[in-house]
Design a protein around this ligand. Structure first.
Ligand SMILES: *[C@@H]1O[C@H](CO)[C@@H](O)[C@H](O)[C@H]1NC(C)=O
Ligand SMILES: *[C@@H]1O[C@H](CO)[C@@H](O)[C@H](O)[C@H]1NC(C)=O
Ligand SMILES: *[C@@H]1O[C@H](CO)[C@@H](O)[C@H](O)[C@H]1NC(C)=O
Ligand SMILES: *[C@@H]1O[C@H](CO)[C@@H](O)[C@H](O)[C@H]1NC(C)=O
Ligand SMILES: *[C@@H]1O[C@H](CO)[C@@H](O)[C@H](O)[C@H]1NC(C)=O
Ligand SMILES: *[C@@H]1O[C@H](CO)[C@@H](O)[C@H](O)[C@H]1NC(C)=O
Ligand SMILES: *[C@@H]1O[C@H](CO)[C@@H](O)[C@H](O)[C@H]1NC(C)=O
Ligand SMILES: *[C@@H]1O[C@H](CO)[C@@H](O)[C@H](O)[C@H]1NC(C)=O
Ligand SMILES: *[C@@H]1O[C@H](CO)[C@@H](O)[C@H](O)[C@H]1NC(C)=O
Length: 826
């Protein structure tokens, strides 16, 4: 309007006769021909004392000065402002030509008009789909209800058009929150100025806008605490049928807004439903739809908007949709506005996110925000290393947030890190935060094939299993950086002294309750770097006399990853004996390639027992008087037939002192002969067992291990076997006796198949319960020749192939290959 109408304004100014409006003095008004302005002088509020308007010596009740006309008039009283008002109408037609945009001038200026109440009316017509925006640059506006007046008497009355019908958007005073009103299909602004107002500016501008596709959008800006009352269009009359009106609210992030409906009524809907819809930052379910009689949202942080949607009304009895509501903006009331300092300036790899817990609430909840410096608030913040942060919260329920942190500990130079230890500790600044620390992850990176990791807890850990779940308020989740390898979840109060991890891994402290750190004073997990080894993991456990120790293969039911090995170093305290029990009879693993096997090895004697996990039944409960290894290596299983083992260890005081068989007397007694053979093999084993452990087989090495059933058989036939100490005396001896023609007793049947062929069909079974006393077998110094050993010697254990296997050596690919590249780097 500005540019285009400047000349008009100047012309008007020049044409106006600034005569005295008082008393009988005459006033002359000239309106230029092309100004599109019409000035009306008419009676205002009725008054008791009469006052008359004269023009051309005629008494008139109303005077109209059209463009191109000049009129002079006078009043019969001294106070015409109490009787007469001016209305200055300007029509702007933008249907054909572009709208004049910009600051809207007051034409004519206040000072150039008689001192009467005056109303400037701008009537802008546009095409149906054209949007227009009114901006109130000066003081923002406050909406008032019908019949309410403004303290300074200045009001804006804003209307729009729907299909040529005028719809009243509202009446507004100064000193409010409304900064912009967007309309479509034209608008009408009536600015009322009382006669004593010397105001010379309209206080608003017009800009064009894309179609808003609704009746109007009223924008309110809050800069601080405050409130606004707003009304639906046409209030208190009915909202136009099937219309949509939106209110937008700009609220500083550190404040909170609440909506309350002060007055509303609904119409009789024939189609659709009358409703309000909110767009609320931080809400996962926008738009939030409410009925008018619902409680409306409160404690919202950030900008939001609210839309009123009408319906198709019943023509017989439409009723009226109307709404008067209040938005209250204030400091958060429900939580302390405490500030937490999180100093990450000394950190290089620690980053922390505070974010909403992914728990979609069925119903709308007020925004929950994290603020930095109390100013910038957002539903989620991430604190990067290297800076210091002041964190506060705008959230009535801090349990809706949690914190997730990640720190990288990486060793790039293996010579430097080797044997170095680093505590895995959550910094106090993170612990003090009033939100749950969901996860604190340490990414532990080591140079490939150079170093491995050792996790040493301050207090022994328990593996979370179904049988013995962790119920502590936090646990460590340990996973390999290799995808699909999850070692398990561990909490304090168990038997695991150390966890060794082959390669890059992550340890995640996950908490389940606030204040978890008070449960265990001083978090305690230390990582150190050791020379590389090839098992995926080695667990060092010292069972507790008081409780069962449950252990489970990594990855739970998803199965141990293909071709990987895991070992458990199980310490048996002196004076105790351990019973090792597997939860099931068979693993159910089906190998596509490679072999899945388990070795149980007594550490002191190195005696070992090998089980094919694909073919054999798992061992029955077995006793161990000395520390032993449980080493499990997986093949590459067929999908769905994964390797997944659960076993447990219990300790009992030794009931019998060492049962040592010392005497080997050569000659006829087959029992003794057999014993001699066993001892021989143990000795032999000791001699040859200098290669690295079977457990190191993993990756391709494992696949190539030709542990076919045939080989097992052969090994046994060659008497390259040794008996592991879990076999109960009578069973072993009984079988030996039987095999060498004795009839000592008939052992129980075991389901172990591959060995049946050559040895007869009745291998003995291990003791059925843990209460039986096992026999420890000993090495003896005079080994009888092993080559002549009968195949029956080892009914359900089988041999560790060895270099001493004589003629069979060539057919054995050793389990252990010292030449294997990738041995532990020392
Ligand atoms: C002039 O305006 C004031 C305030 O808006 C109002 O009270 C008064 O009645 C008006 N006068 C007439 C004649 O309408
Ligand atoms: C309105 O009056 C103020 C001073 O009262 C003046 O600075 C301003 O330029 C005037 N505006 C117009 C459009 O005349
Ligand atoms: C506003 O009007 C100008 C000039 O007529 C035009 O170039 C512009 O695209 C319009 N903007 C909108 C949002 O309609
Ligand atoms: C309402 O707010 C949402 C989210 O802030 C926004 O996407 C949407 O465009 C807004 N609607 C209106 C009409 O302002
Ligand atoms: C803390 O809250 C009180 C009361 O709500 C308020 O007056 C004060 O300004 C707030 N302080 C900060 C730093 O926001
Ligand atoms: C472990 O991480 C380090 C550093 O990112 C990388 O150099 C190394 O190759 C990774 N090791 C493995 C086995 O991927
Ligand atoms: C956790 O479980 C152990 C037994 O496994 C029990 O003794 C202890 O009381 C439990 N603690 C809690 C907090 O439930
Ligand atoms: C096995 O565990 C015992 C007891 O914790 C420990 O002394 C021994 O060094 C471990 N053996 C290996 C090879 O880690
Ligand atoms: C079992 O695994 C441990 C640790 O990897 C190893 O020291 C030991 O030699 C292995 N035992 C056998 C028989 O492979």
């Amino acid at each position: 309007m500005g540019g285009l109408d400047c000349s008009v304004a100047v012309a008007l100014l020049g044409a106006l006769v600034l005569g005295a409006a008082r008393g009988a003095g005459a006033v002359e008004i000239t309106v230029p021909r092309d100004s599109d302005i019409t000035i009306l002088v008419k009676q205002g509020a009725p008054s008791l004392r009469p006052c008359h308007l004269f023009t051309a010596k005629r008494h008139v009740t109303m005077l109209t000065v059209k463009p191109g006309e000049r009129t002079s008039f006078s009043f019969t009283c001294q106070d015409p402002e109490k009787h007469f008002v001016l209305e200055i109408q300007k029509n702007i037609d933008c249907t054909a030509s572009p709208c004049p945009l910009g600051e809207v001038p007051l034409q004519p200026p206040a000072a150039a008009l008689p001192a009467l109440n005056r109303t400037f009316v701008w009537d802008v017509r546009t095409r149906k789909s054209t949007g227009l925006e009114l901006r109130f640059s000066g003081p923002r506006l406050r909406q008032v209800g019908p019949g309410d007046s403004c303290p300074d008497g200045v009001t804006y009355t804003i209307s729009s058009r729907v299909d040529a019908a005028v719809v009243k958007i509202g009446t507004f005073c100064g000193k409010g929150t409304v900064s912009r009103i967007k309309l479509q299909e034209g608008l009408k602004v009536a600015l009322h100025l009382p006669w004593f107002q010397a105001r010379n500016e309209s206080g608003f501008s017009i800009t064009n806008h894309t179609a808003i596709k609704r009746l109007c959008i009223v924008e309110s800006v809050f800069e601080d605490e405050g409130s606004a009352t707003l009304l639906s269009a046409n209030y208190p009359a009915g909202f136009p049928e099937d219309e949509l009106m939106t209110w937008q609210f700009m609220v500083p992030a550190h404040l909170r807004a609440s909506v309350s409906f002060l007055d509303f009524s609904t119409s009789n809907c024939e189609r659709k439903e009358e409703r309000v819809e909110y767009h609320i930052p931080g809400s996962a379910t926008n738009p939030e739809v409410f009925r008018l009689d619902d409680p409306q949202p409160g404690n919202m942080a950030g900008n939001f908007n609210l839309s009123l949607q009408g319906c198709d009304q019943d023509p017989q009895s439409p009723g009226a949709l109307r709404l008067r509501f209040q938005v209250l903006v204030q400091h958060p009331q429900t939580e302390s506005n405490k500030t937490y300092v999180v100093d990450l300036s000394q950190e290089r790899t620690l980053s922390l996110s505070i974010e909403p817990r992914p728990k979609p609430s069925p119903r709308f909840k007020a925004g929950c925000f994290v603020c930095l410096e109390s100013r910038t608030c957002s539903p989620k913040v991430t604190l990067a290393p290297g800076s210091k942060y002041k964190v506060s919260f705008l959230c009535d329920d801090l349990t809706r947030l949690w914190a997730i942190a990640e720190k990288t500990l990486s060793c790039s130079d293996h010579r430097y890190c080797q044997r170095k230890a680093f505590p895995l500790q959550v910094p106090d600044d993170v612990l003090q935060l009033p939100v749950q620390l969901r996860d604190f992850s340490w990414k532990l990176l080591v140079p490939r094939d150079r170093l491995s990791l050792v996790l040493t807890p301050a207090r022994k850990l328990q593996q979370h299993t179904h049988e013995r779940p962790c119920n502590a308020s936090f646990s460590y989740v340990v996973a390999s950086a290799a995808p699909d390898l999850y070692f398990g979840s561990f909490c304090t109060g168990g038997s695991i002294k150390q966890v060794l991890l082959r390669q890059n891994s992550s340890v995640t402290l996950r908490t389940y309750a606030p204040g978890f750190h008070s449960e265990v004073p001083g978090q305690g997990l230390t990582v150190s770097f050791v020379p590389y080894f090839k098992e995926e993991a080695i667990f060092t456990v010292t069972p507790d006399t008081k409780s069962k120790l449950y252990l489970r293969t990594p990855n739970w039911d998803r199965g141990l990853p293909a071709l990987s090995s895991v070992s458990w170093n199980i310490t048996v305290p002196s004076g105790q004996e351990a019973c090792l029990t597997f939860s099931k009879e068979r693993t159910g693993v089906v190998c596509q390639s490679g072999r899945a096997f388990m070795i149980i090895q007594e550490q002191r004697t190195q005696m070992e027992e090998i089980f094919s996990l694909e073919d054999d039944t798992l061992p029955k409960p077995s006793f161990h008087r000395h520390s032993f290894w449980v080493n499990i290596s997986n093949c590459s299983p067929t999908s769905g037939k994964q390797l997944d083992l659960l076993f447990w260890v219990t300790l009992t005081p030794r009931t019998l002192d060492v049962t040592v068989i010392t005497a080997v007397v050569g000659g006829g007694v087959s029992l003794l002969f057999a014993l001699g053979l066993i001892i021989c093999c143990v000795k032999k084993k000791k001699k040859v067992n200098k290669g690295p452990a079977v457990g190191i087989y993993n990756g391709n090495i494992n696949t190539q291990m030709p542990l076919q059933p045939k080989k097992f058989q052969k090994g046994r036939k060659d008497n390259d076997s040794h008996v592991y100490a879990v076999i109960e005396d009578t069973m072993v001896y009984g079988h030996l006796l039987q095999g060498s023609g004795g009839s000592f007793l008939q052992p129980e049947v075991d389901a172990y198949r591959p060995f049946q062929g050559a040895m007869g069909d009745r291998p003995p079974s291990p003791p059925p319960t843990c209460s039986r006393v096992p026999t420890a077998k000993l090495a003896e110094e005079k080994p009888p020749p092993c080559t002549s050993l009968e195949p029956e010697t080892e009914p359900y254990t089988f041999s560790h192939p060895s270099q001493a296997a004589g003629s069979n050596r060539a057919t054995h690919v050793p389990l252990l290959d010292p030449q294997e590249p990738g041995l532990p780097a020392e």
